[in-house]
Design a protein around this ligand. Structure first.
Ligand SMILES: Nc1nc2c(ncn2[C@@H]2O[C@H](COP(=O)(O)OP(=O)(O)O)[C@@H](O)[C@H]2O)c(=O)[nH]1
Ligand SMILES: [Mg+2]
Length: 247
């Protein structure tokens, strides 16, 4: 694991008065859990968003465009969880307050906690956790919400093909709409499948390259963070599971 910080002091969770991993393990006898992440993030007022999708769907490009569009990009931390993402982490580090890279395709709650517990969480509004999905089952990493990313260039059958991804989605991002005229893509098929699998999830069409539709996504992010009820999350890991507020 390589962590890259820029411009932020790194405090332990313990020094902020948060429950530590060791303390939680002694008290509960449980292994590191996503509920610790949830409790720490809630106390600090940070929204954790899991961004999942198959390789090449445009997750990293989306994160970069999000950082460009977000008014205070340094208050965003990014965890890129994908074997090929070390170069991408380097690309993102100048655009946000913290970037970490993990050498695995699927985000693991213990690894995410090790990263998050080193941050002074009050310095952040969002933590974006990228993960490749569709091949291995996803794990709960203490996220508040999950964005599933699928590209028009993947074809209109991808909602059905990646139905396990969509089942956990709070929002579905249909990306690369700037190349829609170059590929066969029946929007009705995609939307019907997506709505049947994840009826609650809003579908946002965008292009991270041209910026088209990005304002809808940024609005969704803002709205979602505002809706999170801070300091309301139980500290007891046994009381918490799944997306806290959405999906
Ligand atoms: N035309 C176009 N290309 C995109 C868009 N988003 C991503 N890409 C390209 O698709 C490729 C894969 O994107 P990337 O973000 O690395 O995918 P990831 O594997 O899901 O992180 C790259 O060449 C990107 O530049 C988009 O909205 N429009
Ligand atoms: Mg990537």
């Amino acid at each position: 694991m390589t962590n890259k910080t820029s411009g932020h002091s790194v405090d332990s969770v313990e020094s902020d008065g948060h429950r530590t991993l060791g303390e939680a393990q002694r008290n509960t006898g449980r292994s590191p859990s996503e509920a610790l992440i949830r409790a720490a993030l809630a106390r600090a007022g940070v929204l954790a968003l899991r961004i999942i999708g198959p390789p090449g769907s445009g997750k990293t490009e989306l994160i970069e465009a999000t950082l460009k569009g977000y008014p205070a990009p340094r208050r965003v931390a990014v965890i890129a969880v994908d074997p090929a993402s070390v170069r991408e982490a380097e690309r993102l580090q100048n655009r946000c307050g913290f970037v970490a890279h993990l050498d695995s395709a699927v985000p693991d709650p213990a690894a995410i906690w090790r990263i998050i517990s080193q941050l002074r969480l009050e310095d952040f509004d969002f933590i974006l956790i990228e993960g490749c999905g569709g091949m291995a089952p996803l794990k709960d990493v203490g996220q508040d919400a999950t964005a599933a990313v699928l590209a028009v260039s993947g074809g209109d059958d991808k909602a059905l093909e990646y139905h396990t991804l969509l089942e956990s989605a709070s929002v579905i991002l249909l990306t690369k709409i700037d190349v829609r005229h170059l590929v066969k893509f029946n929007e009705h098929i995609f939307r019907n499948d997506a709505q049947a699998i994840a009826p609650e999830a809003q579908i946002i069409e965008l292009s991270a390259v041209t910026g088209s539709g990005m304002h809808c996504w940024l609005e969704w992010l803002d709205k979602t963070r505002t809706a999170k009820k801070w300091r309301d999350v139980p500290i007891d890991p046994e009381q918490s599971s799944g997306n806290t507020f959405f999906g």
